[in-house]
Write a new protein. Structure first.
Length: 579
């Protein structure tokens, strides 16, 4: 049977498929009829996100094998999710399949991977050289604190900076605390890097050395404090840099002037500066420095004694330069009780706001014609002693993750106050901690039921017990955590039965071995929906302990078959099972 869609020209159908996920193209569109199947399988711009579309292992195996024969049509490939512990197994499987079927990925422009460590990087970097069209790469990597120097951050950064002349965009993010440092020796660089866009998250390096090897760098973004890493920056100017996002602690306006003088083509500037003095609040001086800048976003926090003798005045930000020529608006928030002072561009440009420092009498002033908004703030924690000002809550228009302590839940009802001003329909993640043992089941259930879009739930065992008498089919991510009271509470057999009946659609489950004794029952009962299970083994449990959930233990004691298995050799020996 013919249909109107099938009669369209191939070019137009391909244009429509640009807005359809690869998963939907291969599982739905290609099954409509013979012509759409032919056109779909010949589609030249597959954007493959294996992070979310292929959760079950058997589904991943089947479709991944099929996609390998379409590798020359894949333009982007993503396996990047900080919360998915199965990513390393998926990366290993994917790249082993590319070798098996001799996939070329000749059209791959963009690659994004997370959970990359030394072993994974060594196994895939030679394969990456065959991706001749690659222009953008994003790597979230893990540093092995026991590994010997040189640091992995330095190794991977150097290799990517000089990866190939076609690579233009590099984004690196490190999972570690404290932040990592990378070093580059410009004298060892045999050629200049072709990188034009560089983003470093939680990684620092000397800017002078960086600019020396990246002469065509157009954009640089970093979340590292560069206060000590801009010495002699004027000796190595970055003439082509147009976009800069950077963090400084205790910086002065004189240093900013020196920095900007070395970047004559800069037009987009984002600056985050903490512990600054009142010279940073002079709008007239800023106007002299920013005449060539098109967009300026900033957030300044002031030292507690910075504004004692001369309170911050927004008068210098009310000039025609700020309001008419640039249309840049500024907001000043000040807490009288904590003496915390915050000056920032409006709308607020960061993903977090210091709510903990804004407790008590709160004063705000803005030069903008509209209300200040926190469009990038996605997470909000309502702490035990914190009652967030409703002015701040109204600015949080995009919160999707809400954290609440049990003391708030039972006593102060701060959660009810907070959700009054938040858009509860946007909240998809909820964390409820345990501090007070005697909690009201009604209040707990009322809170969870009051979030219609909730999908992810992170709760202690004490809170979980209160929820087990109800059904929660909307929850697909369940994390059973240690409460702030620090006690280990084992679920009874009846409570384990209730857990399996109450949470019938859980795809990702995480818990401690101390919380559940009959793990076989949980895995067997929930295996049809589960795709990823993480089990922590706190000391003194070790791999030699009979309580440790090994691969052999799972084969002998559960119905699981053809599953992926790995564990982190960290303090808690976390086991990851991919179903």
């Amino acid at each position: 049977m013919s249909d109107q869609l099938s009669k369209l020209p191939i070019e137009l159908i391909n244009k429509i498929l640009d807005d359809v996920s690869t998963f939907d193209i291969l599982t739905y569109v290609c099954l409509v009829n013979k012509r759409l199947r032919t056109v779909s399988l010949a589609y030249p711009r597959f954007r493959l996100d294996l992070t979310h579309s292929f959760k079950k292992k058997r589904q991943f195996d089947k479709l991944c094998t099929r996609l390998m024969y379409l590798s020359s049509q894949i333009v982007s490939l993503t396996l990047n999710n900080e919360d998915d512990a199965t990513i390393p197994v998926k990366i290993a499987y994917l790249f082993s399949r590319t070798i098996t079927v001799n996939s070329t990925f000749s059209s791959l422009h963009s690659l994004s991977l997370s959970h990359v460590d030394h072993t994974i990087w060594d196994s895939i970097k030679a394969r990456l050289t065959s991706f001749i069209a690659l222009t953008s790469i994003s790597i979230n990597f893990i540093t092995d604190m026991k590994a010997s120097t040189p640091l992995f951050a330095s190794i991977i950064l150097m290799e990517l900076l000089f990866f190939s002349s076609s690579l233009k965009r590099v984004s690196l993010s490190e999972f570690s605390y404290p932040p990592g440092m990378a070093t580059i020796d410009p004298s060892r660089a045999l050629t200049a890097s072709s990188i034009e866009y560089l983003s470093l998250d939680n990684i620092g390096m000397d800017l002078k050395s960086l600019f020396a090897v990246t002469p065509v760098l157009v954009s640089f973004t970093s979340t590292f404090d560069y206060s000590q890493l801009i010495k002699n920056i004027d000796q190595q100017p970055s003439a082509n840099l147009q976009r800069l996002s950077i963090i400084f602690d205790g910086v002065t306006l004189d240093k900013i002037e020196l920095l900007l003088s070395s970047m004559t083509h800069l037009i987009h500037f984002t600056l985050v500066a903490d512990n600054v003095q009142n010279d940073m609040a002079n709008g007239d001086q800023w106007a002299q420095l920013l005449s060539a800048i098109i967009t300026f976003k900033f957030k300044f926090t002031f030292c507690k004694n910075a504004l004692i003798q001369k309170p911050l005045d927004l008068h210098s930000f009310h000039t025609s330069f700020w309001l008419v020529e640039k249309k840049w608006y500024v907001t000043h928030d000040w807490c009288m009780d904590t003496r915390y002072s915050l000056l920032y561009s409006n709308p607020y440009c960061l993903a977090w706001y210091p709510f903990n420092d804004m407790i008590g009498t709160f004063v705000t002033e803005s030069t903008g014609p509209e209300l200040t908004s926190f469009v990038h703030v996605k997470d909000l924690d309502v702490h035990q002693r914190l009652l967030v000002n409703n002015t701040l809550l109204r600015r949080c228009t995009q919160v999707y993750s809400l954290g609440i302590s049990a003391t708030n839940l039972n006593k102060t009802l701060s959660w009810r106050y907070a959700t009054t001003y938040l858009d509860s329909t946007k909240i998809t993640c909820l964390t409820i901690d345990t501090i007070d043992i005697e909690m009201s089941s009604d209040l707990t259930v009322q809170l969870v039921y009051g979030l219609p879009s909730l999908q992810s739930l992170r709760v202690s065992v004490a809170i979980l017990r209160l929820l087990l008498v109800h059904n929660w089919p909307q929850i697909i991510y369940l994390f059973i955590i240690w409460g702030s009271d620090g006690s280990s509470r084992l679920l009874t057999q009846n409570q384990v039965d209730s857990l399996c009946r109450s949470f019938t659609r859980v795809e990702q489950l995480e818990f401690s071995r101390c919380f559940i004794d009959n793990i076989s029952q949980v895995l067997n009962s929930m295996m049809m929906t589960l795709s990823c299970v993480s089990i922590n083994h706190p000391p003194p449990i070790t791999p030699d302990d009979g309580r440790f959930i090994s691969y052999e233990w799972l084969e002998q004691n559960t119905k699981l078959r053809n599953f992926g298995y790995s564990y982190d050799n960290d303090n808690e020996k976390t086991v990851h099972i991919w179903l």
